[in-house]
Design a protein around this ligand. Structure first.
Ligand code: DON
Length: 352
């Protein structure tokens, strides 16, 4: 691995994607039955994308654009939530509203989003206040909306690593970096002699229509695998600019990344500290499976009963809940505070 990194440091892209090292990578994969070619590597280019920008209650958010779905999910959910007097809602109403917003946003992820180089997506519409207002109209406060009743809704069997760091330096430079090999240890294969661990991000594609991936996410043509196409991610490295504070936030967690960052942003807007934000018990809804997945302590017992009475299904969080890292810059006192998730490193993920 060190030699491979040195080759990249010495020769840039060519130290990895072409020449002797590329040959070694291709041979190593092909020897195990894979089908990589030299052209696959030579043609791979890092693409810089414009980040997605939107505002939530006076806070300017700059976050990941497609091919991650994270930013679109955050924009849709927060735009829906903005229409409620969120600060004054009780805990049950808050969870209900957030769940209904998550359900609708992840529905769109399932049917619309994919690699922007392959799929035309109405991103401006999806992230607009008007679109959110339309979605909000379909939310009843007394009942959960069954996901299967939303347009394009289908019932599928629920299927059942990544790291994030947040930096603000002394000059005010900021970095929110989420890096992923997808499931723990990626594909579980290191190409001999290179130290390069292969990811298994292919699972982030919809490999068959409506077949859930390792995170239970479904998808259709928009996120179908095609040569040269990038798979849909949920990674959501995010900057949030409030008038008096700035946050750099992100987390691993597969399909739940966007909703973990969402809950973090809501707490940031409410003035919580970095340490409080990373420790908050979390819950999540991703359209299908049609259930709220809740971490211990996220929903009080009595509140759970009230939510069930509204038609929500609540399940225990079946897998660990991310490893959020967050920095807040308080512009009034010009101080920085960091929060690192007390849950620690994400453990085993059940891959079906
Ligand atoms: O890009 C994505 O959305 C996934 N590859 C992220 C996977 C992940 O967060 C795994 N760690 N918990």
């Amino acid at each position: 691995m060190a030699k491979t990194l040195e080759a990249i440091a010495d020769h840039g892209n060519d130290g990895f994607y072409t020449g002797k090292r590329a040959q070694k990578l291709v041979e190593g994969v092909r020897a195990q039955g894979g089908n990589w070619t030299m052209a696959d590597l030579a043609n791979y280019k890092v693409i810089e994308r414009e980040p997605l920008r939107f505002d939530y209650r006076g806070v300017h958010i700059v976050t990941a654009s497609p091919p991650s779905s994270g930013g679109v999910l955050l924009a849709t959910i927060l735009n829906i939530v903005e229409g409620y007097d969120f600060a004054n809602l009780g805990p049950v109403d808050r969870i209900h509203v957030l769940t209904e917003a998550m359900r609708r946003a992840y529905r769109d992820r399932s049917f619309i989003l994919g690699d922007p180089d392959f799929v035309q997506m109405p991103i401006r519409l999806l992230t607009s206040k008007d679109y959110a207002a339309g979605l909000r109209c379909s939310i009843r406060m007394d009942r959960a909306t069954p996901s299967s009743s939303l347009p394009e809704g289908r019932v599928v069997e629920g299927g059942t690593d990544t790291t994030h760091f947040s930096i603000i330096d002394a000059d005010g430079n900021m970095a929110a970096v989420t890096a992923s090999v997808n499931l723990p240890m990626g594909s579980g294969f290191i190409i001999p002699g290179t130290g390069v661990l292969l990811n298994n991000e292919m699972d982030d594609f919809a490999l068959a229509a409506n077949q859930a991936n390792a995170y239970g996410l479904i998808g259709t043509d928009a996120n179908a695998a095609k040569p040269g196409k990038r798979m849909l991610s949920t990674m959501s490295p995010t900057f949030a600019f409030a008038p008096d504070r700035v946050a750099v936030i992100g987390t691993p967690g597969g399909s739940r990344i966007a909703t973990m960052v969402l809950i973090g942003l809501l707490e940031f807007v409410e003035g919580k500290t970095a340490a409080e934000i990373v420790a908050t018990p979390r819950f999540h809804h991703q359209y299908l499976p049609d259930a709220i997945s809740a971490e211990a302590g996220a929903i009080a017992k009595d509140d759970a009963a009230l939510l069930r009475a509204r038609g929500h299904t609540i399940s225990d969080g079946e897998r660990p809940w991310g490893n959020m890292n967050l920095v807040i810059w308080d512009l009034r006192s010009n101080t920085l505070s960091g929060g690192s998730d007390p849950r620690g490193v994400v453990g085993k993920i059940d891959v079906r």
